[in-house]
Design a protein around this ligand. Sequence first.
Ligand code: NAD
Length: 265
Amino acid sequence: MGFLTNRKALIVGVASNRSIAWGIAEAMYREGAEVALTYQTEKLKSRVEQCAAACGNGPVLPLDVSDDAQIDAVFEHLKTHWGALDIVVHAVGFAPREELEGSFVDNTTRAGYALTHDISAYSFVALARAARPLMQGRGGSLLTLTYLGGERALPNYNVMGPAKASLEAAVRYMANDLGPEGIRVNAISAGPIRTLAASGIGDFRKMLDHNAASAPLRRNVDIEEVGNASAFICSNLASGITGEVLHVDGGFHAIALSGSALGSA
Ligand code: NAD
């Protein structure tokens, strides 16, 4: 019996079989959870259905997180069909492609800044508010995905950096609000992984190479590793953990200079 048996999980953010959300769905299903998935656009629906087929054929629902009516409709559906909810995973991020290269100061527009924060940070708060009534009396766990670019500056990540910093601060405020109800709120800060969203970031391949060469584990992580950590942090095995940003990045965040940079390892 898996450590998520009898848990009901909504996972937002599958776009392809490379999506971090796909790795999370597989890990949670393997550990016994029932999994509901959403798709952002009709174009992505069939790929999300493939993920659902591999994860127990739970509900597959449309959801653009910038639309409050669609958020309400998803949770209304889950209330009717499941009656309760234990886990929400928010694996969603977006910034205009032209703002993910070159100078942050020169290339960040007012509209791009607002849109990036709306989709990548505020939407987690909106999902939490909608999920809260379904989690009453059974605890619950909310998880989002972030990146080191929210803590430190690096080339091309640009407007996504402030959005991830906002998201990580929201995790702490949400944990403080919802903790008294037994609802935990955490983030996983994943190392770079080649996905559709990542392909929009300038020089992403060079980032991958640099991380693999410098991280203490001397390699990049994959969606299975992020999925396993996500399943753990959303389970009772992590019942004492909330307001946390857990790095799943081969240790890259922990170092200032790796041995490989000095040619010693
Ligand atoms: P992905 O492209 O597979 O997933 C991004 C998802 O966001 C897609 O499913 C897309 O449909 C969804 N999305 C975007 N705008 C949306 C909207 N308006 N409504 C609903 N959904 C919307 O890429 P991914 O790398 O798996 O990204 C998942 C999360 O992981 C993101 O928050 C990303 O910033 C974060 N992350 C990624 C990496 C990486 O290197 N790939 C590293 C750390 C964190």
